[in-house]
Ligand binder design. Structure first.
Ligand code: PGA
Length: 244
């Protein structure tokens, strides 16, 4: 299957993704959308927040479902995915989304929290936005993950833990995570893989242009019939010319 790859100038990337998402929400106000956190989507959320503040889009009927969460960080810790998505997007929305489904990382039973979150996702995902980990992960489906792995408690790869500590300010480091499984993501109606920066160019080329495999969980996204990669120019420099 030919995967759709949009390559945009870096300066236009976030605004374009935000406008595409706003257009989807305008067309389908009750959209059930799964959102990631991280440095990649942050500028998209900033642009989207501006649109919402100007009345150009409303999430009042939409449902937002968190993609993944760290374990081992205190409630409200700014590096937590729930706190970050609230800070960067949700808190500023008026009206608030019809629902925001976080992942319970503070309860007595993490496996049960994963099952409950999976049940919410099983209710239907219209659109899933994903970042691409430097090691090929999507959500916290780290290398070694299989497409049939369920939504579950996971160990975090050392490189992902370093990102959490050094870039996101996780202190103490996360001890694990809960993530929607790749199989659940593949059941969504539509997937958008967001990729920016030259530092992601090699792993993006690996994800798209070499045979799928557990060394790069993002490569399994190519099984989806409606997946779109939205990259900026530096992230796309290693893709075969036809893909750019
Ligand atoms: P980043 O993380 O957007 O902060 O680079 C991506 C990811 O790990 O999913």
């Amino acid at each position: 299957m030919t995967i759709r790859v949009s390559v945009l100038p870096t300066a236009a990337w976030a605004e374009t993704v935000a406008e595409d998402l706003a257009r989807r929400v305008r067309a389908e106000p009750g959209l059930r959308v799964c959102l990631p956190t991280g440095d990649t989507p942050s500028p998209v959320y900033a642009a989207l927040s501006g649109k919402a503040a100007r009345g150009e889009v409303s999430f009042g009927e939409a449902t937002i479902i968190l993609l993944d969460e760290y374990l081992g960080l205190a409630p409200g810790h700014p590096a937590r995915c729930d706190a970050r998505l609230r800070r960067e997007l949700i808190d500023g929305l008026s009206p608030q989304p019809a629902a925001f489904h976080e992942i319970d990382a503070d309860g007595p039973d993490d496996d049960e929290a994963a099952r409950r979150h999976d049940a919410i996702a099983a209710g239907g995902l219209d659109l899933v936005l994903l970042g691409l980990g430097g090691n090929g992960h999507v959500g916290l489906n780290e290398p070694g993950s299989r497409p049939e792995d369920p939504t579950r408690v996971v160990r975090i790869a050392a490189s992902s833990r370093d990102v959490a500590v050094e870039r996101y300010g996780a202190d103490p480091p996360p001890t694990g995570g809960i993530t929607l499984g790749i199989g659940r993501l593949l059941e969504a109606r539509e997937l958008w893989l967001l990729v920016t920066g030259e530092s992601k160019s090699a792993i993006l080329a690996r994800a798209l242009e070499r045979p799928e495999g557990p060394d790069c969980p993002a490569s399994y996204l190519r099984r989806h019939p409606n997946v779109r990669v939205i990259a900026d120019e530096p992230a796309a420099i290693r893709l075969a010319a036809g893909a750019r």
